[in-house]
Write a protein that binds this ligand. Structure first.
Ligand SMILES: CCCCC/C=C\C/C=C\C=C\CC(=O)SCCNC(=O)CCNC(=O)[C@H](O)C(C)(C)COP(=O)(O)OP(=O)(O)OC[C@H]1O[C@@H](n2cnc3c(N)ncnc32)[C@H](O)[C@@H]1OP(=O)(O)O
Length: 289
């Protein structure tokens, strides 16, 4: 696999136009699981999730994601694309090992980092797009629905499958899902823990477009971001905020309560047992392959 390096605090406005190399990626020692590149010509940032084998979202990855999102906004990038370095998994969602038999302080930091990353992404002032080049269950779907545009490659799955693991998708997971699919479809799917195939997701509007390759997916995201080129960024950001402020304020005001509900749920012996069985099943399946 290519070693992907990460750029931090590169002011887009200070990047000169170059003809040969069109992306800039500098390394920072702290970035382990993400690559963050800014295209010099378009000003679009790409955040690539890079935590093999399945980009499961642990504390460190969530923290890096949040830092990249902040950098993209601070540096006035024209837009942000999220994708994965894997050929088959966008992200497997939250790292179950963070929630199974967890350490007290770490699991609190983990959930707090998830809240922060989501608020940063959902509330981002710049256009955001997900190039979903693999499976996107649970937390993967959460990231995709927090973006303004989604394009997906064929024959993968996406959805909020929490109930199948014996856990509950919090209200803010559901509200972002509800932005993109009708309420009836959402209620049925989330209570069933349904994972939609790409074709089904496209049919219900969970993804906007389907393309065959990652390159095409990135190009579609770039087109989406470019569609705002004649729009005043300030007016755009305030307009977007009007659509999203309610969910953001709700979570901001209830962060501690949300954390306590999360801890109360996952620490239940029956939930720990269900998670253990689910993890065991994943490991058995992985060994068979
Ligand atoms: C009103 C009250 C509200 C209260 C709210 C409270 C709580 C909410 C709590 C939690 C919310 C959680 C949301 C989540 O995101 S939970 C995670 C859900 N994710 C999944 O179910 C996906 C599981 N994974 C898969 O289905 C497959 O791995 C996948 C299709 C993604 C990829 O398949 P592939 O064949 O390529 O890879 P595998 O062989 O299955 O896996 C390789 C390796 O990775 C391990 N692994 C997979 N997924 C995870 C994961 N999410 N976390 C940790 N580890 C994972 C897998 O076990 C294999 O490991 P190993 O055997 O190689 O050691």
């Amino acid at each position: 696999m290519n070693i992907i390096r990460t750029v931090r605090s590169v002011a887009f406005s200070s990047i000169p136009n170059r003809t040969l190399s069109t992306t800039r990626s500098l390394s920072t020692p702290s970035a382990q699981y993400t690559a963050f590149e800014v295209n010099d010509k378009t000003g679009i940032a790409t955040l690539t999730l890079n935590r093999p084998p399945v980009n499961s979202l642990n504390l460190e990855l969530l923290t890096e994601m949040r830092n990249c999102l902040k950098d993209a906004e601070t540096n006035k990038c024209k837009g942000l694309i999220i994708t994965s370095s894997s050929n088959s998994v966008f992200t497997a969602g939250l790292d179950l090992l963070e929630m199974y038999q967890p350490q007290d302080e770490r699991v609190k930091s983990f959930w707090t980092a998830l809240q922060s990353m989501w608020m940063e992404l959902y509330g981002s002032k710049i256009p955001t797009a997900a190039a979903i080049n693999g499976h996107a269950p649970a937390g993967g779907c959460l990231i995709a629905t927090a973006c303004e545009y989604r394009v997906m490659l064929p024959n993968f799955t996406i959805g909020l499958n929490e109930t199948l693991i014996g856990i509950v998708a919090p209200k803010w997971f559901v509200s972002a899902f509800l932005n993109v699919v009708p309420r009836r479809v959402a209620e049925q799917a989330i209570t069933q823990g349904k994972l939609f195939t790409t074709a089904e997701a496209h049919h219900v509007g969970l993804v906007d477009d389907v393309v065959n390759t990652k390159e095409e997916a990135i190009a579609k995201c770039e087109q989406f971001i470019a569609s705002f080129k004649n729009v005043n960024p300030y007016a755009r950001a305030l307009t977007k905020q009007q659509f999203r402020i309610k969910e953001l304020q709700e979570l901001e005001q209830q962060r501690e309560k949300d954390l306590q509900i999360f801890l109360g749920l996952i620490m239940q012996p029956s939930v720990q047992k269900a998670m253990g069985i689910y993890l065991e099943g994943l490991k058995k399946k992985s060994k068979k392959q």
